[in-house]
Write a protein that binds this ligand. Sequence first.
Ligand SMILES: *Cc1c(COP(=O)(O)O)cnc(C)c1O
Length: 399
Amino acid sequence: MLARPAHLRLDTVLAHSGRNPVEFGGTVNVPVVRASTVLYPNLAAYESSRGQKFGALRYGRYGTQTAFALVDALSELDGSDGAVLFPSGLAAIAGVLRTLLHPGDHLLMVDVVYAPTRRFAEDALKQDCIETTFFDPATNETIGDLIKTNTKVIYCESPGSHTFEIQDLPAIAQVCRQRGLVLVVDNTWATSYFFRPLQYGADIAIQSATKYIVGHSDAMLGVATAKSPHIESLRQSVAASGLIAAPDDCWLALRGLRTLSVRLRAHQEHADQVARWLTQHPKVRRVLWPALERDEYHALWKRDFAGASGVFGVELVDVGSEGIRRLVDRLMLFGIGSSWGGYESLVLPSAVVRTAVPPRTRGPTIRLQIGLEDPRDLIADLEQALDGMPIATGDRRDA
Ligand SMILES: *Cc1c(COP(=O)(O)O)cnc(C)c1O
């Protein structure tokens, strides 16, 4: 068999990257290689292996072939110089920020970040004398005005958690380049399949692989892909801190990757049907999904993203917290629980915390993950649940 060409399209990369049948007796998939100790034929071989911590088997804490395969696949997908794995998405966020920031440094973080990311900055980083300023997701090219002499990192999450604002990454990246800052982006919502942050000027892209990459709600995993020299510092800091992604979880992520494109296209198509149906409903004020033409962030999304995943917000007419509880509890096909990215639909009331600017939502909001079920069944379920939801008197839907 000939070596494969260097530049392949993403669907082909998903099918072919991160596996090497020749190494494993011809099996299509890399097996789960579990290891702590790795044995050497003699002391000289053991000693000469010390330098090679990544990409070759040395000791279980630095990963086995299962992790190496996943790293290869994720690096190729993102067009990065490498990837490092973490035991969860939050561990990836914490690991990246701890690697880049030191006491006395300043961090600019978008106001719409995932709540545990905000808490990490407000608690753990603050304790280490690292100051964080949260910025309006619409700041974009004027972000330069917020930069201080000790600012080291700009952290984006595009679109933002619960309210789904897209940031103008190329504009922010340009400012970062001019001012020598590192740009980090949480790309969990889009995944590398719909958006590749490093191609739009980011230095480091983070994903909670727990979500769409694993794709079946049964493993926790985080990944950071990066350009040089950041990838080298990330590898060193992961090696020094003892963080490890378990081989079984890496294997589940590799399995998830093989179907990522078909799953995401289905999530997108189903979400499109459900979101458009919801926008017509009298008890819905607005659907927050950048793929909808009337969304404020639609133009930016369309310019930079190849697609939209199936997680969005639904702002309701003023139903009060009791109305939201009734709605959520009446749904039959939407599970109530944290996280998303599996094949199944989910619902949760949105807990929106903003400190830089008020949230773009005025009314009570829920977050839906649209799964792989038939969207007609999901719509029927939403219809019956919305029908049973009382509206506070005096509230009107926007014209
Ligand atoms: C879920 C999530 C994380 C954290 O990932 P875990 O794997 O649950 O730790 C980080 N960022 C975003 C945007 C998320 O949705």
